[in-house]
Design a binder for this molecule. Structure first.
Ligand code: ATP
Ligand code: MG
Length: 555
């Protein structure tokens, strides 16, 4: 017997303890994206984790744009991020913030540090600062400008703000410890001169705070109790704590790190995706082959499937990577009970039922979902001319082939038994037409006399079916030969996109709108492409095939 043990992950344990010991009353978390690209599945983990904790503890959750670096940030990204976070179901209510709204407070905090003797202006250039910083094995050297007086530093910093200096000419450094074993603590730069236009503050500022200085201040201003971030910031935590302490915040936030989510053989890095987008190799950040949230949504993933996936991945302190098949498992499981079946033919061959009366049409009933009665039924017209999939016919079948071939009787799903009598080929030897006879006694696909047919195939009624384009996807990179080439570029899979232009769907799916999805019988789950599908030309994306040998890892 399996027992459901309620196990608390390490972050919940920390929060439980903080609450029990009175370190905080209300849990307050945030998701702090930098608006320099689209969010991906890894960010989904952070969003779901942070908003989920707030919900679980009846706390609050902020969405805050960490927009302290104007070079790469764009309003387009702000909008896409908002849409993605909302779609995932994380609710920030009225708590949408921008780090840039706190630039005044950050400036004041820097002035405060200068007045306390905890920060100084340096004229070293970037290269010199690197040299002075030392290495993991050697301590750093004192900055020659460390001795400047408080008055001089105040004046220089103000001049930096007023635009007196060029980019890189002066920086403000925290005065901490040049011989600290932690390089982050060797007088880190906290402000730099950068004459750049900012998407939010325009040209108001020509100095910008560095991330390690800005981030703790943002958290503290918003009253964040638990600042949850990924492992690469573990070594920055002493600096985080130093900033909130020296600037003098009461009830400072606590930083907690967890491991990033990686997918095996799947590209998530913004750097790579940006290149694929810019080189036109993919159709934008939402190309269904990518794992950006926008791409997953366009492909037909649901927020529930992504939440389930994140939950199955769990929270950990050590980096590891998860199989894409687990994500597919989650979407399959989610759609299984929710979606209706429809018949679609991806590579059509015409079938003519010679003994079916010309002009006759019957409405046959299809149960939408065998496992969920609530989805009801729909009808499909049956008539003399149909399409079936080329895969379901062979002129000379091997053993154990039970689908259509000359002389063999098969079941047309939910319709009738038919037997293939002959077929017609074009001048290239391609089969273009199959002639069958049907057994009128087998209506509904039921055997009239106990005789058995082994194969059941799907079909669509030729005059009533709607033409559609169907897109099939594989990994954008070649996982077998390796994701990266020797020069660091991506090793692209030439078969990552297959476009089938001559498909047919039954009338039930003919009016489908953007994001509608179906189980196409025997083919998988498909979603109407929100970007390219129109009323005249339906376009479906295959979300996932129906079956996989994938087994969930057991804990
Ligand atoms: P990338 O370089 O992959 O786009 P990033 O860390 O530069 O990611 P940010 O916008 O700075 O992107 O990240 C916002 C938040 O999302 C941060 O708190 C970061 O730790 C978290 N995050 C980023 N990538 C992952 C991931 N793969 N798994 C979990 N959390 C992540
Ligand atoms: Mg970043």
């Amino acid at each position: 017997m399996e027992h459901e043990v309620e196990s608390r992950n390490f972050i919940e344990q920390i929060i439980d303890k903080d609450l029990a010991e009175g370190h905080c009353k209300t849990v307050h978390t945030r998701f702090p994206p930098e608006p320099n690209g689209y969010l991906h599945i890894g960010h989904a983990k952070s969003i779901i984790l942070n908003s989920g904790l707030a919900e679980q503890y009846n706390g609050k959750f902020n969405l805050r744009f960490d927009d302290t670096n104007p070079t790469k940030e764009k309003t387009e990204f702000v909008e896409s991020i908002k849409a993605d976070v909302e779609w995932l179901g994380a609710n920030w209510e009225d708590r949408l913030f921008f780090a840039s709204d706190y630039f005044d407070q950050m400036y004041e905090a820097a002035v405060k540090l200068i007045k306390k003797g905890k920060a100084y202006v340096s004229d070293l250039n970037a290269e010199q600062i690197r040299e002075y910083r030392g290495t993991l094995t050697e301590p750093g050297k004192e900055d020659p400008y460390t001795g400047r007086s408080i008055e001089e530093n105040l004046q220089l910093f103000e001049e930096m703000k007023n635009g007196k200096y060029q980019d890189g000419e002066k920086v403000l450094r925290a005065r901490i410890d040049m011989s600290s074993p932690n390089i982050n603590m060797r007088d880190p730069i906290i402000y730099r001169v950068a004459h750049m236009h900012h998407h939010n503050t325009g040209d108001k500022w020509c100095i910008y705070p560095m991330y390690d200085f800005a981030h703790p201040i943002e958290d503290a201003i918003e009253g964040i109790t638990h600042s949850i971030c990924t492992l690469e910031f573990e070594d920055h935590r002493p600096l985080y704590d130093w900033v909130v302490r020296e600037v003098g915040y009461e009830n400072p936030p606590k930083q907690i790190e967890f491991a990033k989510l990686y997918l095996t053989n799947v590209v998530t890095g913004k750097r790579y995706i940006k290149r694929l987008v810019e080189e036109g190799i993919v159709d934008g950040w939402d190309d269904p082959r990518l794992v950006s949230i926008a791409a997953l949504r366009r492909r037909g993933f649901t927020p529930e499937s992504i939440r389930k996936f994140v939950e199955l991945c769990g929270i950990s302190k050590s980096n590891s990577s998860v199989d894409y098949a687990m994500l597919e498992y989650c979407i399959r499981e989610d759609l299984k009970m929710k979606k209706s079946r429809a018949m679609a033919v991806l590579d059509p061959i015409k079938v003519i039922i010679d003994n079916y009366p010309e002009g006759q049409v019957e409405e046959l009933t299809i149960v939408n979902n065998m496992e969920n009665d609530e989805l009801g039924t729909h009808t499909v017209p049956f008539c003399r001319e149909l399409y079936i999939d080329r895969e379901d016919f062979m002129e000379e079948p091997p053993k154990k082939y039970f689908r259509m071939f000359p002389g063999n009787e098969v079941r047309l799903m939910q319709a009738y038994f038919v037997t293939c009598n002959s077929y017609v080929k074009d001048e290239n030897g391609k089969v273009i037409e199959i002639h069958c006879t049907y057994d009128p006694e087998s209506k509904g696909g039921n055997s009239p006399d106990g005789r058995k047919v082994k194969g059941t195939i799907h079909w669509v009624p030729a005059p009533y079916a709607k033409k559609a384009e169907i897109r099939l996807y594989e990994n954008i990179v070649d996982e077998e030969l390796g994701v990266y080439n020797e020069d660091g570029s991506l090793n692209l899979n030439p078969n990552s996109l297959t476009i089938l232009k001559d498909c047919y769907v039954e009338p039930f799916a003919a009016d489908a709108k953007a994001y509608d999805s179906f189980q196409f019988v025997r083919q998988g789950y498909f979603c109407v492409d929100a970007k390219d599908s129109t009323e005249e030309k339906l376009v479906f994306n295959r979300i996932v095939s129906l079956k996989s040998s994938y087994k969930l890892p057991t804990a």
